[in-house]
Design a protein around this ligand. Sequence first.
Ligand SMILES: NC(=O)C1=CN([C@@H]2O[C@H](COP(=O)(O)OP(=O)(O)OC[C@H]3O[C@@H](n4cnc5c(N)ncnc54)[C@H](OP(=O)(O)O)[C@@H]3O)[C@@H](O)[C@H]2O)C=CC1
Ligand SMILES: O=C1OC[C@@H](O)[C@H](O)[C@H]1O
Length: 286
Amino acid sequence: MITKLGRVHEINILGKSLFRHELNKLDIALARHRATAPALVATATCPSPHVTVFDVERVASVCSRPRLNVVYCWYKHGKWAIKALEKGKHVLLEKAFAANDAEARRVIETAQRTLQHDKVLQTHAIMTSPVCSIPASDIRWQFDLAGGALMDVTYVLSSTRFALDAGAPLCVKSAHTRPSPWDERVDEAMDTTLVYREGSAEGAEGEYNVEATVYADMRRANVAGLVPRVWELPTIEVETERALVTLYNFTMPHRVLYHYIATKDKATGETRYETHYLEVLREEHQ
Ligand SMILES: NC(=O)C1=CN([C@@H]2O[C@H](COP(=O)(O)OP(=O)(O)OC[C@H]3O[C@@H](n4cnc5c(N)ncnc54)[C@H](OP(=O)(O)O)[C@@H]3O)[C@@H](O)[C@H]2O)C=CC1
Ligand SMILES: O=C1OC[C@@H](O)[C@H](O)[C@H]1O
């Protein structure tokens, strides 16, 4: 399930790189002539066996299929995108996504009217390093070098902002620190709740406020003094109205370290797991 693909104009800017990395998540593609469709897919940077190509004139009937959720359209016309949007599908459009101003406005108006974003209710991001894994001499502990847990594992903040498509937080609701044993000005751990405005990235007004908790710890105690908490590799949980999405180890998705993206459907209780290892992506793109 893709809960939110982003605004139409941002998708266009992302272009090929999004196509390359997101292709496996796409369900259908549209081609002007069914006969030429395989050739079109073959020219893609990373042809995916998961993409089914349909004659674009069939978009309305194809989009009636409930399991299809995203339509990738690489034509400079909005009419097919509008049909897909009318069926409640997300659309991924190549530039220019419309032939003229009026058509562009129709696409945007249709998207705003039909796309139902799964509203984000809250997020929780965590990243910890086991006690003794960072020696006392490390720059991460030095106040003059901007040391401290939140400064070092800032991924908890960047992932939160990514999930919420948000700019800087509106306010700090609470913040609890555990000072470093070597310098109390440096946070060894930080546990904070921030309020963000969803959609406020790059100066946008945004839509609604969301509470986000983050926990960063550079000297996390082992369980029973022995077991490092490997499950606290950088992880973010994003709770939406319909799902709980967990991205485990999103910064270092290597096979050795393991990672996953879990999507739990709140209605059915079912959880779907997927992995996107860097090595696999690299191999596929060579
Ligand atoms: N983007 C990413 O994925 C990652 C980013 N990082 C970031 O990279 C940075 C370096 O981390 P890491 O390589 O592990 O650290 P290292 O301890 O290996 O390197 C630290 C560097 O800082 C220099 N240094 C030490 N003291 C001072 C000082 N007082 N003034 C100026 N320079 C100093 C050292 O130089 P000298 O040898 O001369 O003492 C050394 O080159 C950190 O800021 C970290 O947050 C780290 C890991 C991953
Ligand atoms: O950037 C980083 O990524 C890996 C962490 O273990 C490290 O402390 C941090 O600097």
